[in-house]
Design a protein around this ligand. Structure first.
Ligand SMILES: *Cc1c(COP(=O)(O)O)cnc(C)c1O
Length: 547
């Protein structure tokens, strides 16, 4: 039956030769025909896509096609209109208001003069990768002593492209050298952002400056180390076999080590981590970090731009807490409401701006919510906003985002999505999606038991099903390629006791039904479903730890 399905779903697979562009134009009929081929292929794959965190319930967006006849561009700041008049800022601001409410960021009464803790943000043209990059850039400028939007920049204000940068005092050469902390479950976009922005990670700095002094013991976890420091991030509880949540004890010990050396601290937390869908305990961790920050002078520290002029000073914290909610930021608040109204028993821990230390949050619009193009939301506190490096007169709106041209269609799609649901519907949907994830974990565990009982070759020990609390991801031993292709399952090698084990995961998104899960389970129960001996990739060498 596997073969029968895969034949059907492979028939319409497009090929490069169908789409080559030459010096001749396609006729309208040719163009329509080859595009139809692409559409058939997409339609076939969409029906069974289970492995990636994207919501494919997009029917409500079909009517947006009529906006493709316009170039809608929100270039510049979402709150200041530019002279480019084909924009959708009204919708962008409504979307931002929605997330500000959901994440408990107070909105400014007057967007032109927000309070320091008021929310500010924008709709992303890329996904959370852009949001993470922008957050890390803002965090770096905040921590390494650059002037912020709110700081008075007297004298050299006309010098638009020059940063005003604080000088460290002689007693602490590390005062403006931020160090980044994030768990080993963290998405690769963070590693990329660290590289782009040249922010050292705790293991880079620890391994090179403090060999052998790592305050936590990672021996026996199977983690690779660099002079005793764990490569790839702060350990998660239970390591690769655990649920994927950051080990708060380890995080606090590592932060304490670098804060004691005078460094400012940049922490990333995950809400819905990339492979395991794990929720770091942001609230619990911040409560533990609070006294550490206070002890090392990282609360309301004075950043001095001019050692001889005590008035040229910026009071700000020496830490920045970022929440990567690429997946979970969009639905975890609804799970909390579902718990409060008795629909479900427990919810993931709080992560949002109710926690005073939280500085910025991102989420992706095309993951849980559902958008036909990559997009997302970035939100931070207005008083921490970085000073744009220049002020391009041609746009007539501040260059306060990452992109130049910004997708106005993305804001339109986010608005169109949100406008279709009442809060009650959102709460019910989140509870239902979680129930289907739990159903999936339960069915896979039962299958694992059956495979063990019948001594299925390649799965004699069962299929190592993993599922963390409230996670929408369920992972298990990687099946043969026909099945991973049929359901577009993501595949990742994990380290169990020093041995590489290949896993796949299912991500339960709003378009995933119990019927689709049942179909997957039926395929996985077939003899040979876990026999990968004929797969081309079965003998891949172990991969480095980051994913
Ligand atoms: C997907 C994801 C990202 C990157 O988001 P994009 O929308 O793909 O740019 C970042 N962090 C996590 C945890 C993710 O799951």
């Amino acid at each position: 039956m596997i073969t029968e399905h895969s034949d059907r779903h492979l028939t319409a697979r497009p090929a490069d030769d169908d789409y080559r562009l030459g010096s001749e134009a396609y006729t309208d009929e040719q163009r329509t025909a080859v595009l139809a081929k692409l559409e058939r292929y997409l339609g076939g794959q969409r029906e069974r896509l289970l492995g990636y965190q994207v919501n494919l319930s997009l029917d409500g967006h079909a009517a947006l096609g009529r906006f493709l006849g316009y170039h809608i561009n929100n270039i510049g700041d979402p709150f200041v209109d530019s002279n480019y008049s084909l924009h959708s800022r009204w919708l962008e601001r409504a979307v931002l208001e929605h997330y500000a409410r959901l994440w408990h960021a107070p909105l400014p009464a007057d967007p032109a003069s927000p309070g320091d803790t008021d929310g500010w943000g924008y709709v992303l043209s890329m996904g959370s990768t852009e949001g993470n990059l922008y957050a890390m850039w803002n965090a770096r400028d905040y921590l390494d002593g650059n002037a912020l939007v709110r700081d008075e920049v007297s004298g050299d204000a006309s010098c638009r492209t020059t940063y005003l940068r604080a000088q460290h005092s002689d007693d602490n050469p590390n005062a403006y050298m931020p160090v980044a902390f994030f768990s080993q479950e963290t998405h690769y976009s963070h590693i990329k952002a660290m590289r782009v922005l040249d922010i050292p990670t705790f293991y880079d700095l620890g391994g090179s400056l403090y060999p052998g002094e790592c305050p936590i013991d990672v021996a026996g976890t199977g983690m690779q180390t660099y002079n005793g420091w764990p490569l790839g991030g702060v350990p998660t509880t239970g390591g690769d076999e655990g649920p994927g949540t950051v080990d708060v004890d380890a995080l606090v010990a590592l932060v304490d080590f670098f804060a004691a050396k005078g460094h400012p601290v940049l922490v990333n937390f995950n809400i819905g981590s990339v492979f395991k869908g794990a929720y770091d305990d942001v609230q619990g961790a911040c409560e533990r970090l609070r006294p550490v920050f206070a002890r090392h002078g990282l609360v309301d520290r004075a950043v001095r731009f001019d050692p001889d002029d005590p008035t040229r000073v910026s009071i700000r914290n020496g830490y920045w807490i970022h929440v990567d909610g690429a997946l979970g930021g969009a639905y975890a608040p609804y799970l909390e409401k579902a718990r409060d109204s008795g629909l479900i028993e427990t919810a993931p821990p709080a992560f949002d701006f109710r926690i005073p230390e939280v500085s910025s949050i991102v989420t992706s619009g095309h993951k849980y919510p559902g958008a036909p193009v990559p997009t997302g939301i970035y939100m931070s506190r207005a008083g921490s906003k970085l000073r744009p490096p220049s002020d391009p007169a041609v746009v007539s709106s501040p260059d306060s985002t990452f992109a130049g041209s910004r997708s106005g269609f993305a804001s339109l799609a986010m608005w169109n999505h949100l406008a279709q649901f009442s809060e009650e519907q959102q709460v019910r949907q989140a509870a239902e999606v979680l129930r289907i994830a739990e159903y999936t974990a339960e069915r896979l565990r039962r299958l694992s038991e059956q495979l063990r009982e019948r001594g299925e070759p390649w799965a004699e020990d069962g299929i190592e099903v993993g599922h963390g609390d409230h996670a929408l991801s369920v992972w298990f031993q990687q099946p043969r390629a026909e099945i991973t292709q049929k359901y577009s399952l993501a595949c990742v090698p994990l380290n169990r006791g020093g041995i590489r084990h290949d896993y796949s995961h299912v991500y339960v998104m709003p378009h995933v039904t119990r019927e689709l899960i049942d179909e997957l389970l039926e395929d996985l129960a077939q003899p040979g479903a876990f026999d990968r001996s004929a797969d081309k990739d079965a003998q891949r060498p172990p991969l480095p730890h980051q994913r």
